[in-house]
Design a protein around this ligand. Structure first.
Ligand SMILES: NC(=O)c1ccc[n+]([C@@H]2O[C@H](COP(=O)([O-])OP(=O)(O)OC[C@H]3O[C@@H](n4cnc5c(N)ncnc54)[C@H](OP(=O)(O)O)[C@@H]3O)[C@@H](O)[C@H]2O)c1
Length: 342
């Protein structure tokens, strides 16, 4: 596709003017076209989100992608990250590297969740600025919003009340990352944007019951209950809380759209705009997996926030919508799990 860029400033040439018709291959037609020859560093490319972004970039024909495994580049190492950026000088950065975990891990290790995430994001964002990165996408999470935020949660709810205590350290780290991106924008004109995805699932999800999120944990538990021919599957809580789930490939397509079209320092939510009760989710998972026993609810375990749904008006107004229905997404994820994890 040929670029029809008609702006004096292309988003990816944020700090320098470009010719009105840049004449290069672009992801989309439009003023903020992403150039397929741009050097893109996907930090955290082996993770669930990073690998989905990578798949999407490759599928779109991006050929100049930079990756580093943790063994090659520890992102908590300030001088190693600075050297990497000075040498590679990427045009675009996607920050999908983070220490990520479920409620149990977050609750038990707040120090590691806060410190490691601050280090990773500070190193990347600072070095990105120093080395002249033209656009950076920082990935936060819906857990940055107050525990009792209005539903669906608009971006303006940020810092409007106390956080959920179990993941407060993680959320504070992510909020610091958002604020750092905004500060680089305000002080130096950097085009560093921040997106807040809802609960994600899909290939490369974490299926370790000690550290996983709810959907992956239920998928594994239902699978194992089926193999053992159990009569019942015990699930935490009452099943009443409502949550939103987005397939990670949809999240990746939203990330590419934001790289292309979104240049505001204000945060933007990524979600499907629909929620489901944990009971409905568990039933759906059992159906997909083929577990025919009963669900038993362990009501001694906490439910957490009654509802968590993101307001995705801003993203939808950019023309984006998800493509993968929940049932299909779960079936695809179950297939991935069976091939890769059992
Ligand atoms: N998962 C969700 O439901 C969800 C929802 C909303 C937002 N997000 C956000 O999306 C981002 C990515 O999450 P994810 O689910 O993809 O996590 P993930 O699967 O755990 O992936 C994290 C990635 O970061 C890398 N990493 C962590 N520490 C590193 C270090 N010190 N040096 C180098 N690499 C390091 C990991 O490398 P290794 O492979 O070596 O560990 C991995 O590639 C996070 O910012 C998260 O907040 C996720």
């Amino acid at each position: 596709m040929r670029c029809v860029c008609a702006a004096d400033f292309c988003s990816l040439s944020f700090q320098r003017p470009v010719a009105p018709i840049c004449g290069k291959d672009c992801l989309f037609d439009g003023v903020n076209a992403v150039n397929k020859s741009n050097k893109i560093f996907v930090a955290g490319h082996s993770g669930m989100v990073g690998s989905a972004v990578l798949r999407r970039l490759e599928a779109e024909g991006f050929g100049n992608i930079v990756m580093r495994a943790r063994a090659q580049l520890d992102l908590t190492d300030e001088s190693a990250v600075a050297k990497f950026f000075a040498k590679e000088k990427p045009d675009i950065v996607v920050v999908a590297a983070a220490k990520v975990g479920g409620i149990k891990a977050n609750n038990e290790h707040p120090v590691e969740f806060l410190l490691e995430n601050l280090r990773i994001q500070n190193n990347i964002i600072h070095s990105a600025h120093e080395s002249g990165v033209r656009k950076l996408l920082f990935l936060g999470s819906s857990c940055i919003y107050p525990k009792f935020a209005p539903q669906p949660i608009p971006e303006t709810a940020l810092l409007g009340g106390p956080l959920e205590p179990t993941n407060e350290a993680y959320a504070i780290g992510k909020i610091a990352g958002i604020k750092l991106c905004q500060a680089y924008g305000r002080e130096y004109g950097a085009n560093f944007i921040s997106a807040m995805p809802t609960n994600l699932y899909g290939p490369n999800d974490n299926f370790d019951l000690e550290t996983s999120h709810v959907l992956a944990a239920l998928l594994r538990k239902a699978h194992e209950a089926k193999l053992r021919k159990d009569q019942k599957l015990i699930v935490w809580g009452t099943g009443k809380p409502r949550r939103e789930f987005l397939h990670v490939d949809d999240c990746a397509s939203a990330c590419l759209l934001l790289l292309e079209k979104y240049d505001s320092p204000e945060i933007i939510n990524i979600g499907c705009g629909e929620d489901i009760s944990i009971r409905e989710l568990a039933e759906l998972i059992c159906d997909v997996v083929g577990f025919n026993g009963d669900l038993a609810w362990d009501t001694t375990k906490p439910d957490g926030t009654p509802r968590k749904l993101l307001d995705v008006t801003k993203l939808r107004d950019l023309g984006w919508k998800p493509a993968i229905p929940l049932r299909e997404g779960i079936a695809r994820t179950y297939e991935w799990f069976r091939v890769n994890c059992v």
